[in-house]
Design a protein. Structure first.
Length: 276
């Protein structure tokens, strides 16, 4: 029987949740507000709000100075491409680990996750030289492979946890009905784990979109995504906070909109199998 929650406790919990949410969202809100200020108002001390000079000139200058659609398209290709390629590798890998486990399966999963804890700068020079030898510097295909390999441990781990919640008897029944390995994965396993696969896909798109280190190191101009677009507004003589905020808002707005409209699917997938 569920324990009754008093109105006072519910109110305190709601206030605490909204407070934490506002604290997390405040830097984004302040960045958006700063993008509509003049440079003088943006650096004013104490910060100006009601008395600030509001303007749209920052967005007009950012749009005129840079080829925003090209940066945006590069980000779409790199994030979606690395996600789809990662799923092609991760689905059969997670199937093997979930339904045909070996003695070292858990150790292999932990080792894969441990690679995410390694500082990226530790492999920067070897990876850069490798990409240079292969002619992949400043190419979208190079970044697709780099981000796919970087996020592959998380994709496999998430799919593995989803697949473990699916009864193996269902797959055995499909094999008894004549399904081969491809049919078992595509027509039986994938539809049952679709919420988990969708949430994994959304999360990986967000991670790839927000990646800044490798997208700046491995590109110059041709394949540069929106992270390089933001970095281009850091001038040697100092930071122009209003223009930098406008560029940042233009870079994160697409992924914020995607996250807002797909939040139900994301939560549904992340909680897949959590309630017995």
């Amino acid at each position: 029987m569920a324990r009754a929650v008093t109105p006072r406790r519910k109110l305190i919990t709601t206030i605490a949740a909204w407070t934490v949410a506002l604290i997390i969202f405040f830097p984004v809100l302040w960045m958006i507000l700063t993008s509509f200020k003049t440079e003088a108002s943006a650096v004013a001390n104490p910060p100006e709000f009601l008395s600030a000079d509001w303007t749209l000139e920052n967005y007009a200058e950012v749009w005129a100075r840079s080829d925003y659609p090209r940066f945006f398209w590069n980000s779409v290709v790199i994030s979606v491409g690395s996600t789809l390629l990662g799923l092609l590798v991760a689905v059969p890998s997670a199937w093997a680990m979930a339904f045909v486990p070996g003695k070292k399966t858990k150790d292999l999963l932990m080792w894969m996750l441990s690679t995410k804890m390694m500082p990226a700068v530790a492999v920067m020079i070897p990876l850069y030289l490798l990409f240079q030898r292969l002619g992949l510097i400043d190419t979208k295909i190079g970044l697709v492979f780099a981000l796919m390999l970087m996020n592959l441990p998380i994709i496999i781990w998430m799919l593995y946890t989803y697949f473990k919640e699916i009864p193996g008897e269902i797959l055995e029944a499909s094999r008894m009905d004549g399904a081969n390995l491809w049919g078992e994965i595509v027509h039986v396993l994938t539809p049952m784990a679709l919420p988990g696969i969708a949430s994994t896909m959304l999360l990986n798109i967000i991670l790839a979109w927000n990646e800044a280190f490798w997208t700046i190191v491995l590109t110059t101009t041709k394949a540069a995504p929106l992270s390089a677009f933001i970095a281009s507004f850091s001038a040697p003589q100092g930071l122009f906070y209003a223009k930098l905020s406008a560029a940042s808002a233009m870079a994160i707005m697409p992924i914020l909109i995607l996250g807002w409209f797909s939040q139900k699917q994301l939560v549904r997938g992340l909680t897949f199998g959590a309630v017995k």
